[in-house]
Design a protein around this ligand. Structure first.
Ligand code: KIV
Ligand code: ZN
Length: 516
């Protein structure tokens, strides 16, 4: 069997992540997306855990077509009854029953002997088989279990009718060589092992969940249990996207396939992150914002010459449109001039050199350089943007028992001074409203960040903002030891740039009409 079954447990183990609980509708939306991703099995929940879980599993079983729908149950009849009640409407239902097999769990948690646990496991599988032919058994904490006892449990549950036997590293203790070795050991020592699919379920406490899962595949496991974005108890489970893309990218090495529609990976990751509120770290493999972004000049140069120099898989393969070349202080001439060409500037080498020096200077002060920054650098140089409006006066009133209000005076380039007052959600909001009213510009604040430039309570505050005016994203920045003044000036900086660009574009249109 050369296909690895992808068993997604985002809605069960993933939802056990502290802070990641999902409501009924959200679970259904995720299950539908998992079906589009073409996972083989969706573990929809643990029906005995709560009525809410039961209802969500039942509705997923009724409505989601394609994958097998599994429900978790302890090796106890009432759990198995409830699991079956929840999934019986599924096209392909599976009962997943489990009991711990490690001595540490037997002694402290279950307070049972090995013989008692073995018997309970076998009875649970037999009982589940009365309902359905697809029964999975998990030996919780298998990795820390006595190997010979584990072999006995695996063999007996297969005899009792388990069609899949799962070997979890419940506490994420294994390292890849050991875990691969355990799977190989089971294949050597369990005589009837070929009668079931061997599955693995690795936790990420040492950051090795994906590596352990892959080692298991190399030793014969043919089901991997995983979650989107690696969600799960404590440090999480093996990340589905990493397991799948490792198997796809190194297919010649592993010699196996999965049925996953990899182009749906990014969409699924973003959906899960959005609904659970669990943010994906920028440098996360496969789905992190930086996973297909290049900033260093050497990398950008290589990438522009031949993508495979710095990319082992394509962004399209996971559903992204393209890779990103981030222009920042590490970028080189090649990426810089390519971006300028994309923006319509074909500069002579000496002109390019001059702008490149200005660009490096700006990049030292500013983390990321946007297209608008480049346009301004090329055409005028940032320092020469005319200040159509300058801050003349500002007074704010704010506190925990008052409505934040701001009064702002702006001087226009022709000398006239305008005054406005406004209230808002906070002093910055109130100030920005005044500025909008005076300038007639209404920008959408996309991001706002403030950093102290020096140490101490009287430190200068650097405010960086990104503002959207129609389809243009413009950055503004300013520093002051008063953060409201810095915020007001950063916004004025963005507005002055926008006014300048608009004026320049209008002039260009007029010149074109006159030339015709
Ligand atoms: O981590 C674990 O052992 C589990 C089992 C219930 C499969 O989640
Ligand atoms: Zn688990």
């Amino acid at each position: 069997m050369n296909q690895v079954i992808i068993f997604d447990t985002t809605l069960r183990d993933g939802e056990q992540s502290p802070g990641a609980s999902l409501n009924h509708e959200e679970k259904l939306i995720i299950a539908e997306q998992l079906a589009r991703l073409q996972v083989d099995v969706i573990e929809a929940g643990f029906p005995i855990a709560s009525d809410g879980d039961f209802r969500a599993v039942r509705e997923i079983a009724q409505k989601v077509c394609g994958p097998t729908i599994a429900a978790l149950a302890r090796a106890i009849q009432k759990d198995i009854d409830r699991a079956w009640e929840a999934i019986q409407a599924a096209q392909k239902p599976r009962i997943h029953t489990f009991i711990a097999t490690s001595d540490i769990h037997l002694q402290y948690k279950l307070k049972k002997s090995r013989q008692e646990v073995l018997q309970q496991a076998v009875e649970a599988v037999r009982y589940a088989r009365k309902y359905v032919s697809d029964v999975e058994f998990s030996a919780e904490d298998a990795f820390r279990s006595n190997r010979d006892y584990l072999c006995q449990v695996v063999s007996e549950v297969i005899k009792a009718g388990a069609t899949t036997v799962n070997i979890p590293d419940t506490v994420g203790y294994a390292i890849p060589s050991e875990f691969g070795n355990l799977i190989a050991y089971l294949f050597e020592h369990v005589p009837n092992i070929a009668d079931a699919v061997i599955s693995v379920h690795c936790h990420n406490d040492l950051g090795l969940a994906v590596a352990n899962s892959l080692a298991a595949v190399q030793n014969g496991a043919r089901q991997v249990e995983c979650t989107i974005n690696g969600l799960g108890e404590r440090a999480g489970n093996a990340a589905l996207e990493e397991v799948v893309m490792a198997l796809a990218t190194r297919r010649a090495l592993f010699g196996v396939t999965t049925g996953i529609k990899t182009e749906e990976i990014m969409k699924t990751s973003r959906l899960v992150s959005h609904l659970t509120g669990m943010i994906v770290q920028k440098n996360k493999a496969i789905v992190g914002e930086n996973a297909f972004a290049h900033e260093s000049g050497i990398h950008q140069d290589g990438f522009l010459k031949e993508k495979s120099t710095y990319e082992i898989m394509t962004p399209e393969s996971i559903g992204l449109k393209e890779s990103k070349l981030v222009l920042g202080k590490h970028s080189g001439r090649h990426a810089f001039s390519e971006r300028l060409k994309e923006l319509g500037y074909n500069l002579a080498p000496e002109e390019l050199e001059k702008v490149f020096i200005k660009f490096k200077d700006l990049a030292d002060k500013k983390k990321e350089i946007f297209d608008e920054d480049l346009r301004l650098l090329v055409e005028e140089g940032l320092q020469q943007i005319p200040e159509t409006y300058t801050l003349e006066y500002i007074q704010i009133s704010s506190g925990d028992k008052t409505i934040p209000t701001s009064t702002v005076g702006l001087r226009r380039a022709d000398g006239e001074v305008f005054l406005e007052a406004s209230y808002g959600d906070g002093p910055v909001d109130a100030t920005y409203k005044c500025i909008d009213q005076i300038t007639g510009m209404s920008g959408k604040l996309l991001s706002y960040s403030i950093q102290s430039a020096t140490v101490g309570k009287d430190a200068l505050g650097n405010v960086y903002i990104q503002v959207q005016f129609d389809d243009q994203i413009i950055t503004g920045r300013s520093s002051s030891s008063d953060i409201i003044i810095a915020s007001a000036n950063a916004y004025l900086n963005a507005i002055n740039k926008a006014l300048y660009i608009n004026g320049r574009e209008k002039k260009k249109e007029k010149d074109e009409v006159l030339c015709q």
